[in-house]
Design a protein around this ligand. Sequence first.
Ligand code: PEP
Ligand code: MN
Length: 342
Amino acid sequence: MIVVMHGGAREEEIEAVIKRLEGAGFKVHLSRGVVRTVIGAIGDKSRLELQSLEAMPGVEKVVPILKPYKLAGREFKPEDTVVQVGKLRLGGPEIHLIAGPCAVESREQLLETAHAVREAGATMLRGGAFKPRTSPYSFQGLGRRGLEILAEAREQTGLAVVTEVTDQAMAREVAEVADVLQIGSRNMQNFALLQAVGKLGKPILLKRGLSATIEEWLLAAEYILAEDNFNVILCERGIRTFETYTRNTLDLSAVAAVKQLSHLPVVADPSHGTGKRALVLPLARAAVAAGADGLLLEVHPNPENALSDGPQSIKPEQFSALVGEVAAMARVLGRSLARLQA
Ligand code: PEP
Ligand code: MN
């Protein structure tokens, strides 16, 4: 529920309401707006006498949160969540570029890509060490060795590392290296995994499920938030539609809609969203225009020989050109690209 305080509510009155809610076991979020303060509260309503809460000094009204996702919605927390990744802040005015190969294939491949995307303007490096492939006969990733290579790339470039965790049993080990843990599309509704990564407290990049509705996606985020981890970045990566020309249909309306519905930052992945290298740049521009806080892009020095997702991977020089185009789009919107400090 939301406790709306009167415009002139005093500090002690606000504190008394929070104390009362917390005393009844509620999770509380305080938002101080220009006009009035609202207190979001999630918990067991049977533990509280609502009428007496409403009668407390300074309280204007108590309204229920009607949406099924409680913590992820703007009712609970009206202001944007900014996810802190080391020194980087994702979800503020600056747009982040997260770039790298689909999979870590070798030390040389990853380091070459990492230096190239760092040079061109990425702030984070992506690369799967554990790959959730549709076919068991496809390349499954280098596993632990992949994590070591990612750690070396961070050491050399300063890029933050985003990598996928596919299995609860490996979550802790992956989290030792990753700055951001990616939950892939195929695991969006692996609720035990969501709870496990939520408990680790690290930033999570939560991809939208292959055929998930916006509501299902936000409810998946809710599992992580319910573990008291608000460091969640949502990632629109395309959904399955009747269209087969593209690998998926990048749902840019979802980017705009989720920015309205939720306080969580949203990034878009035009690589998986289209499956086609030639479509990555136009959809990257469009995603930023739709309000994305960042882009996840597959970049490979030699896409023809990539072990996974070659057809949608852009080359480093194409990534450089994309950075310029996306920066121009960001400027139009009064935003800018985030930069790593030298
Ligand atoms: C990936 O990012 O390489 C990946 C496997 O993505 P998705 O889960 O969106 O298919
Ligand atoms: Mn991929």
